[in-house]
Design a protein around this ligand. Structure first.
Ligand SMILES: *Cc1c(COP(=O)(O)O)cnc(C)c1O
Length: 391
């Protein structure tokens, strides 16, 4: 790939409409932000206070947000940061991860998980996934070396990884856990909330996540006082006060504006967002189960899956994708190429066949929209369309 292709060449723009074109044309859409933020006038009132106070970064609303968020996740501390990616990066740095260290993670994730490990200076070591799309705890031990520092599970699609088993391995080998909970806000595993298991739990508030703001935003939760203090330093230049720097660090503060939007969404809508996604997913599970060519993953009874994505596996995936798109359904592939086979992973020494489960999943998954603005007749139409394809 040439640089011009990568960067869009002369005359490129940051806004790339082609990327959104299919979504914009579809009748049943993955993107619902105009509807979700239709009450923006209420938020504007809260923003007037921001303009009067002038506390644009790390302002009063950020304190309020952090209190709300730690209560929501059942943790002692929350630290608002610039993005979900930064939440992961700062967590690794707060744990002392550096050059020469290894971090164990899944090859079936969004790029940010691996990007954070690499930009922290460490090497990602991949471990294959299980039937639930999450890292397979039984395979972690074989990947541990004397350089391993952290296990970084991703709660894919909104289903928490098998944290009891992961914690057992981590404890046995003296490793830390950082949870990538970007898909999993308010998901639970055996009664405990996503983000509360690891040394830290990392969340994104990107517009397409379940708790979303008007741009980028992220948050880290932890129960550990030492990590909390470290994270507060790392997100704000390492400053202990205006004049003294304790450690050379980053600028990754949560904007007060975004904290105001997040507070609004948490108060007014978050429980509805989760509940309607679960209801819609349950409907599709029931409607599609038993269809030849379709596999609905098992849903553990002791977990609350929050369906950031509704992901099923199908035969003839690429044909089905086209079929659904032609019928106005914004079906998507999250994601077609696993992390170990990305061009950026070329120096890590992996090859096709190394993680057969992840590779198979990347070739067979398809996601259907289940957000809170998908209507019952649209769910029925999606299920009927998938069935029609296979009949
Ligand atoms: C979105 C996402 C991130 C990164 O979050 P940003 O806020 O976009 O930086 C990290 N991990 C996973 C699994 C994600 O889906």
């Amino acid at each position: 790939m040439r640089t011009e292709e990568v960067n869009g060449g002369p005359g490129r723009h940051n806004f790339l409409p082609e990327q959104y074109e299919r979504t914009a044309r579809s009748e049943i859409n993955h993107n619902y932000l105009r509807q979700q933020f239709s009450d923006y006038k209420e938020v504007f009132k809260r923003l007037e206070v921001l303009l009067e106070n002038g506390d644009f970064t790390l302002g009063r609303a950020v304190d309020e947000f952090e209190r709300n968020f730690s209560a929501l996740t059942g943790t002692k501390y929350a630290v608002g940061v610039g993005s979900g990616t930064d939440a992961l990066l700062l967590s690794l740095k707060a744990l002392g991860v550096d050059k020469g260290d290894e971090v164990i993670t899944t090859p079936y994730t969004f790029f940010a998980t691996v990007g954070a490990i690499v930009t922290a200076g460490a090497k990602p070591v991949f471990v294959d996934i299980g039937e639930d799309y999450n890292i397979d705890p039984k395979k972690i031990e074989a990947a541990i070396t004397e350089r391993t520092r952290v296990i970084l599970p991703v709660h894919w699609a909104g289903l928490v990884a098998d944290m009891d088993a992961i914690q057992t391995v981590a404890t046995r080998h003296g490793l830390e856990i950082v949870e990538d909970a970007c898909h999993a806000i308010t998901a639970t595993y055996r009664g405990r909330l996503a983000g509360s298991f690891g040394a830290t739990g990392c969340f994104s508030m990107h517009p397409l996540k379940n708790l979303n703001v008007w741009g980028d935003g992220g948050v880290i939760v932890t129960n550990r006082e030492d990590l909390h203090q470290r994270l507060v330093l790392l997100r704000n230049h390492g400053l202990i006060n205006r004049d003294y720097c304790e450690v050379w660090a980053y600028n990754s503060r949560l904007d007060t504006l975004q904290a105001i939007v997040a507070n609004h969404t948490m108060e007014k809508k978050l429980s509805n967002i989760g509940d309607s996604r679960i209801r819609n997913a349950d409907y599709l599970d029931r409607a599609l189960r038993g269809t030849t060519g379709v596999t609905i993953p098992g849903r553990p009874a002791d977990q609350r899956h929050v369906y950031h994505l509704y992901v099923i596996r199908v035969e003839r995936r690429d044909e089905l994708l086209k079929f659904l798109v032609d019928r106005g359904i914004d079906a998507k592939i999250h994601y077609p190429v696993p992390m170990h086979l990305q061009p950026a992973s070329r120096d890590f020494g992996y090859k096709a066949g190394d993680f057969p489960n992840a590779e198979k999943v990347c070739n067979t998954v398809i996601s259907l929209p289940v957000h809170e603005y998908v209507r019952q007749e649209q769910l029925e139409y999606m299920a009927a369309s998938v069935k029609a394809f296979f009949e």
